[in-house]
Design a protein around this ligand. Structure first.
Ligand SMILES: Cc1cc2nc3c(=O)[nH]c(=O)nc-3n(C[C@H](O)[C@H](O)[C@H](O)COP(=O)(O)O)c2cc1C
Length: 401
């Protein structure tokens, strides 16, 4: 090799390594994404998928409000797993099916809805926007779907019920005494809520490290007074100081499966148990009279290293065997995610953070856009996979790898 050749080669090597360096550089990476800053915000039309709502919401909200919405617990492993697990499933499309007429509607407990994507119960919508749950309810109604209203909503449930005529469900974190819990359940049903969701996966306040760092107490064991954003109502002070390990138990920590029957007696509308992750518990829920279940890990906000929901869905569906509707949430962000769960046999999917991102970013219009994008993505995925109805979806459409 001549001297000139050697020089040429080392120049090529240098150029290659420079190209590698540039490709890995955060600066160049950022060029590939659209970068928003508070003085360069997108309009609603600029948003092309659900993920893109999140940075806009983040820029618009006070840090502690955004962190409350975004966070998981501990290592946030389950929160990440909720997304990663979808990558293990592929969709196996059918061709030359006439998909010109598509119908995404479905019926849950006698209520017909336009699409099988519901708004999950999430606390404190006014943390995202002053219009709070009223805006979310209107957006859900415009999208012909059901909003599940949290029992720790920013606005009274009666007010949210009146925001629209569309069907809504109410989520319950029970209170200390049965009388006031019963009164609340009955009042919610009288206000027009068509089903009650009993959330059972939050027996203790969890370790929300983002909140700890913001010096926000409430969600964190041993950290002082509950905030307005804290989840289940619990007797403060006494229980916590009495707890040998300084945990903050919620009331559900003291119950067993017989509680489902009590809630059913009060509600007299369908009762769904939310927060199940095992076939055993799905079986017990049915045995104790649940009318439906929501497979959920609370969006990764309680037990870290709990599995993602899509990976346990098949064993739960096998146990339930069509005896009651099985709904699912945690990590759903794409039409293809939703299609995978529906094909496996789930009756509907709930989304938690995405509507809050839309609400924080653009108010009611943002929530509507989130729901519309999910609906269109689901429709497109179905169209490309040769599917025309929700009821016609079959497990053979997806494969686990
Ligand atoms: C900010 C926030 C507040 C929540 N509040 C409640 C609540 O009050 N009741 C409840 O049952 N679940 C609550 N959840 C859990 C959701 O219902 C749902 O299970 C979860 O958000 C789904 O995961 P995703 O956010 O990844 O879609 C909350 C979740 C978030 C993100």
């Amino acid at each position: 090799m001549t001297h000139a050749d050697r020089r040429h080669l080392s120049r090529r090597r240098a150029l290659r390594s420079l190209a590698g360096f540039l490709a890995a550089s955060p600066l160049v990476q950022a060029q590939r994404e659209i970068v928003y800053t508070p003085d360069r915000m997108p309009t609603l039309d600029d948003i092309v998928n659900v993920f893109e709502m999140e940075p806009v919401c983040r820029l618009r909200l006070p840090k502690q409000n955004y962190d409350f919405i975004a966070g998981g617990v501990d290592n946030e492993w389950t929160m990440k797993r909720n997304r990663d697990a979808f990558d293990r499933f592929t969709i196996h499309p059918r061709m030359l099916v006439n998909t010109m007429k598509m119908d995404l509607s479905t019926t849950l407990f006698g209520t017909k809805i336009g699409m099988p994507v519901l708004v999950a119960p999430t606390a404190g919508h006014q943390l995202a926007h002053p219009d709070g749950e009223e805006a979310t309810a209107k957006a859900a109604a415009a999208s012909k779907t059901i909003m599940c209203v949290s029992s720790v909503a920013s606005l009274p449930f009666e007010k949210i019920a009146q925001a629209t005529d569309a069907p809504k469900w109410w989520q319950l974190y029970p209170r200390e005494d049965d009388e006031s819990t019963e009164a609340r359940v009955r009042a919610a049903v009288a206000a027009g809520y068509k089903a009650v969701i009993l959330t059972v996966d939050a027996p203790y306040n969890s370790h929300r490290e983002r909140l700890l760092r913001n010096r926000e107490a409430g969600q964190v064991p041993g950290q002082g007074a509950a905030t307005t954003t804290s989840a289940p109502r619990r007797r403060r002070g006494a229980a916590e100081t009495a707890h040998p390990y300084r945990l903050q138990p919620a009331l559900v920590a003291a119950w067993d499966w017989t509680y489902v029957k009590r809630v059913k007696d009060w509600a007299k509308v369908p009762v769904l148990v939310k927060g199940l992750l095992t076939a055993e518990d799905a079986g017990l829920a049915k045995e104790h009279g649940a009318d439906g279940i929501v497979v959920s890990n609370h969006g990764g906000r309680y037990l870290d290293y709990a599995p993602s929901t899509i990976e346990v869905l098949p064993e739960i569906l096998k146990e339930v065997n069509g005896r009651m509707p099985v709904l699912i949430d945690s990590g759903f962000r794409r039409g293809t995610d939703i299609l995978k769960a529906l094909a496996l046999g789930a009756n509907a999917v709930l989304v938690g953070r995405p509507p809050l991102w839309g609400l924080g970013a653009f108010g009611q219009a943002g929530v509507e856009k989130v729901l519309q994008m999910l609906e269109s993505e689901l429709a497109l995925a179905m169209g490309l996979a040769g599917q025309t109805t929700i009821q016609g979806l079959r497990p053979s459409l997806v494969r686990l790898h």
